[in-house]
Write a protein that binds this ligand. Structure first.
Ligand SMILES: *Cc1c(COP(=O)(O)O)cnc(C)c1O
Length: 428
C-alpha cells in the first residue's frame, strides 16, 4: 500500500491541485495515490520503496512497458540535437508514412498533442467537410475532454445529448446525439430523424473507457453502412486500440474502415501525441491547405516523433504482440478459474491484450451493463492486489492492459497475487 512519503505528498498536493491530482482517475487510487520515483519494464517503483507490477501502463500508451531501451535511445539522440524547432523535421515525414501505411494508404496525417485534440480536430473536420452540424456518439464511449464529446454519460436512450460536465452549454451538447453502443437500432432511429444533418458518427471500435466491451459481430459494419447511407463520416477513435490490436488497430482486426481515424497513446511511445488520419480529399480541408482550422505550437514534437517511430519499429517485429497477448490470455484464464472456484458473480471481457473483470451477473455487452457491476467489489480487488504489489486500473471503467514487458515470470507472480486476493475477497 502507498506509504508515508506518498501520503505527505498527497496531502500537500490537495492544497495545490483540484482534488490533489492533474487528471481525475489518478485520485481513484485509495486511500491516496502512490507517488512514483522511477519505472522500468513491467515495474513501477514508488517513493515509498515499493515495487509494483504495472497493468495500467499510464492508461494505455506504454505498450512496450516502461523505459524501453530502443525508445530511450531514440529520445536521447533527439535531445542531443535540440528538442523543438517550430519547423518541420524528417522524423514527422517518417512517422506519417508508417501510420498511413497501416491506416490510410495514400492519405494524410495531422499530428497534434493529445487524443482530446485529435477527436476535436476530426469532428471539426467532419463538420467542415460535410457542411453539417450534428455528431452521433455512444453512451459510455470517451473521446477526450472537449465540449462536443462530454455528452452522453448515463443517458438511457438515444436522444439529444445532456452534458456530462458543468460548463458545457446546452446549445453545444444538443448537437451531440447519443446512441447506445452495440445497439444498431438506436443509431438507425437517430439517423432516420437527423441523418441528413449528421456530420459524423464517432465510435471507439472496442469500448475501452467503460471497462472493455468488444463490438458485437456486425455492429461496426452496420455503422459503416449507416454512415454511407446518410452521407455522414465514420470516425474510428482508435486512441486506445490503434497499434494495440495489431499494427492496423481495430480497423484491421475487425475488417471495418472509418473515413477518419484518430490515434494517440501508443503511437507517441509514451510522449504526448494525437493523430488525425484520413484520405487526402478530406484531410486537405485542414489549414493551411483548407479552411478547417487547426494549429499547435507543439504539433509533431520532434521528441514524440522519435519515440513514436522507435516504438512502431519494435512493434513491427511482432514480438510485443505475442508477449502481450500471451500475458493477457493467461491472466484472463486465471481470473475465470478463480471466479468459478469461489463462485463469484463476475465476468471477464477480453480482446487480445486488454481485459476487464466485471462483478455482475450475466454478460457485459454495453456500457449500461458495465454500470450495473459491483464497483465496491472491484475496488476491493484493486486494493488487495495493490497490497500484493500488483497495480490494475483503479476504476472498473478502465481497461487492464498487458505489454511487451509482461513476461511469463511476471505473469506467474501476478497470478499468485490474484489467488491470494480472491481468497481474501472470498473470506470477507
Ligand atoms: C484516452 C482517450 C482519448 C483522449 O486522449 P488524451 O490523450 O487523454 O486527450 C480519446 N479517445 C479515446 C478512445 C481514449 O481512450
Amino acid at each position: 500500500m502507498p506509504g508515508e512519503r506518498s501520503r505527505s505528498l498527497y496531502e500537500e498536493a490537495l492544497g495545490l491541485f483540484p482534488g490533489g491530482v492533474n487528471s481525475p482517475v489518478r485520485a481513484a487510487v485509495k486511500p491516496y495515490p502512490f507517488y512514483v520515483s522511477r519505472a522500468e519494464g513491467p515495474y513501477i517503483y514508488t517513493v515509498d520503496g515499493e515495487r509494483l507490477i504495472d497493468y495500467v501502463l499510464a492508461y494505455g500508451p506504454l505498450f512496450l512497458g516502461h523505459r524501453h531501451p530502443r525508445v530511450l535511445e531514440a529520445v536521447r539522440e533527439q535531445l542531443e540535437k535540440g528538442w523543438l524547432y517550430g519547423t518541420p523535421t524528417e522524423l514527422e515525414v517518417a512517422l506519417a508514412k508508417k501510420i498511413l501505411r497501416y491506416y490510410h494508404p495514400g492519405g494524410m496525417v495531422r499530428f497534434v498533442n493529445t487524443g482530446t485534440e485529435a477527436t476535436m480536430t476530426a469532428i471539426r473536420l467532419a463538420r467542415g467537410y460535410t457542411g453539417r452540424k450534428y455528431i452521433v456518439k455512444f453512451n459510455g464511449c470517451y473521446h477526450g475532454a472537449h465540449d462536443s464529446v462530454l455528452v452522453g454519460a448515463g443517458s438511457a436512450a438515444a436522444e439529444y445529448g445532456v452534458p456530462t460536465s458543468l460548463g458545457v452549454p446546452e446549445e453545444v451538447a444538443r448537437l451531440t446525439l447519443v446512441a447506445r453502443y452495440n445497439d444498431l437500432e438506436s443509431v438507425e432511429r437517430i439517423m432516420r430523424q437527423y441523418g441528413d444533418q449528421v456530420a459524423a458518427i464517432i465510435v471507439e471500435p472496442v469500448a475501452g473507457n467503460a471497462g472493455v466491451i468488444p463490438p458485437k459481430p456486425g455492429f461496426l459494419k452496420g455503422l459503416r453502412e449507416l454512415a454511407d447511407r446518410y452521407g455522414a463520416l465514420l470516425i474510428m477513435d482508435e486512441v486506445i486500440t490503434g497499434f494495440r490490436l495489431g499494427l492496423g488497430g481495430a480497423q484491421e482486426y475487425y475488417g471495418v474502415r472509418g473515413d477518419l481515424t484518430t490515434l494517440g497513446k501508443i503511437v507517441g511511445g509514451g510522449f504526448p501525441i494525437g493523430v488525425v488520419a484520413g484520405p487526402r480529399e478530406i484531410m486537405e480541408k485542414l489549414t493551411p491547405s483548407g479552411r478547417v482550422f487547426n494549429a499547435g505550437t507543439f504539433n509533431a514534437h520532434p521528441v514524440t516523433m522519435a519515440a513514436g517511430l522507435a516504438t512502431i519499429e519494435v512493434l513491427e517485429t511482432g514480438e510485443p504482440y505475442r508477449v502481450a497477448r500471451e500475458a493477457a490470455s493467461r491472466l484472463v484464464k486465471a481470473l475465470e478459474d478463480l471466479i468459478s472456484r469461489y463462485s463469484v458473480k463476475a465476468t471477464v471481457n477480453h480482446v487480445e491484450n486488454m481485459f476487464q473483470v466485471f462483478f455482475v451477473d450475466g454478460d457485459v455487452s454495453s456500457p449500461e451493463d458495465a454500470a450495473r457491476s459491483n464497483r465496491e467489489l472491484y475496488a476491493r480487488l484493486h486494493e488487495e492486489l495493490l497490497r500484493r504489489g500488483v497495480f490494475i486500473a483503479p476504476s472498473q471503467m478502465e481497461a487492464v492492459f498487458t505489454s511487451a514487458a509482461h513476461t511469463r515470470e511476471v505473469v506467474d507472480e501476478t497470478i499468485e497475487a490474484l489467488e491470494e486476493a480472491f481468497k481474501r475477497l472470498g473470506e470477507q
